[in-house]
Design a protein around this ligand. Sequence first.
Ligand SMILES: C[S@@+](CC[C@H](N)C(=O)[O-])C[C@H]1O[C@@H](n2cnc3c(N)ncnc32)[C@H](O)[C@@H]1O
Length: 261
Amino acid sequence: MDKILNTDWLTCPVTKEKLTSENGKLLSSKFEYTNTNGFWNFIPNKLEELNSPLWKVWNQLQDNGVSSYKNSPTNNLGVGPRKDFLQFAEFCNFNGLVLDVGVGPQKAPSHIEYNQKADVQFVGIDPLEGHQPRDFAFVQGLGEYLPFKNDLFNQVLFVTSLDHFIDPVIALQEAARVVMPDGDICVWLGEKDKNAPKPATSPDWYKALQIPEGAEDPFHYRRFSVVDFKTFLPKANLTITEEKIIEVDQWRKNCFYRLKK
Ligand SMILES: C[S@@+](CC[C@H](N)C(=O)[O-])C[C@H]1O[C@@H](n2cnc3c(N)ncnc32)[C@H](O)[C@@H]1O
């Protein structure tokens, strides 16, 4: 798999200026980015916004997420040949340069590991360093602050990641910025009925999780329905061109969307 990250693709994730290279770092007028463990870290740590109470909540949610990824990876991540991930890959019909936003901590999530198309190159971004080295071009960063130039990618994916953003509209706006005018954004949302029965027992790692103040559950600031999701799209100038709903059981559905700008 091609793992090369072309530096011509990159911009400052905050100011969107072209970056210059100096002493092994990438610089914009206000920010600098390092490559210490074999990948670029584009989290703009000096940005005041990231110290706000909302981002503190997000950090706690992320810590809870990491606990679930370590303790129960097959339930919470694309690991191995999961049928639902292969269904999503089929829906996406990958082509060209594909950005996966919130790619996860795995060496490669299922849809990348089992991709059969030789002419597809995946680029993944996630705030978690995760397994290193990855099996695809990886950058550490945030979906709200994508370090890529406009109109670069043939496709942008959100694979069960959009509900982990404090503000999904900003993430969708960034995806719309970096996707080509004729490209598409593929989103997988899992929907669970509010009346779904709770498991009779929970493992100790789960019982130890705290719900951060203001958040809806240990992993999500807000859980949103597909009806809510559809209200986000005009704010990002995106429209749905294809929708596929797969029933998992009486309570759960996987909802796949193709969006265009
Ligand atoms: C449920 S996991 C899904 C991982 C992977 N897409 C998969 O399906 O296996 C959610 C992912 O979203 C990432 N995430 C959370 N907030 C994010 C943000 N602001 N920007 C980018 N990724 C984020 C998490 O770090 C985590 O890897």
